[in-house]
Design a protein around this ligand. Sequence first.
Ligand SMILES: [Zn+2]
Length: 74
Amino acid sequence: MQAENELKPCPFCGGKALVEERRNNDGVTKWTTYRVRCDSGCGAIVGAEETPEEAIAMWNRRKEEDHGNEERTR
Ligand SMILES: [Zn+2]
């Protein structure tokens, strides 16, 4: 059984991936999003999700999909 939130290595360079939390609270807008990016500098980055689990799931899905640095928005 594989954990749903297991963070896989970068599909492009095999480097370590990490979850990045982005917070904004400037008194007007308040949000937190999570994304996963490659820590090896290849530029791979996915997600702007509300939970780390979603960002990780997106990252793991990306593995068998396309490549590139485009950001998916919704
Ligand atoms: Zn990489």
